[in-house]
Design a protein around this ligand. Sequence first.
Ligand SMILES: [Zn+2]
Ligand SMILES: [Zn+2]
Ligand SMILES: [Zn+2]
Length: 263
Amino acid sequence: MIEAVLLGTGTSVGVPFLGCRCAVCQSTDPRNQRLRCSLLLRAGETRVLVDCGPDFRQQALRAGLERLDAVVLTHEHADHLLGLDDLRLFILHQKRPMPIWAQPPVLDAVRRIYSYAFGESSAGSFTPSFELCPLAGPPAASPLAGLPLQPVPVIHSNIPTIGVRIGDLAYLPDVKQVPDESLPLLRGLRHLVIDGLRYREHRTHHNLDEALAAIARIRPQQAWLTHLTHDYDATTAEADLPAGVRLAYDGLTLPVTLDQTAT
Ligand SMILES: [Zn+2]
Ligand SMILES: [Zn+2]
Ligand SMILES: [Zn+2]
């Protein structure tokens, strides 16, 4: 059995917003407390992480994560990769560099941001070591730690960005637009987790209306909005959502079926 665990469902600054005294940011409902976006795939003993943001350490502790086989990065924004240094103990205990799968420009960003982990200067100090693995673009799904992960290109800002599909689940956390060419990669989904940032428009993210339009094109059985700001109160906002669309929350665990024809 494969499970997808949403380790974080918050926008780039997380929720609560620092310094904000709105009702959502002061709420004690755990569904209104959103760490930065990340997804953990669990398949037997295999653990694959999609994005590794600044909340990774806290998320790993919360999820009881004890080892990790690989990381996939959807893009190079800080909220998706600033936790990579905290992989050091896994790298140490597993006695091998951590495979980081991403598109080549994202791997370049990892090399730049974590320059201390590469080259001579890292010898002898407790720095992370990464194995940078270029993700093959579609249509080929990458066999990744034994899991068939399909990169799904999306338009986000002016940098290359993907979501991922595994079996009947797709995860598209940062999206302004799902291009037509990616629609064939998103057929027959049971669960779609997709960017639905806030109500007002945003330059690089779906607002709610855009997310609902994308969901109507993709037609999953169930859609979950993620990368959420403090706009959404988990106790009331779902009442206004159409059937088949819900707010994701940290810890939400979804089943994955690899046979994509299964329902
Ligand atoms: Zn993001
Ligand atoms: Zn707030
Ligand atoms: Zn982003």
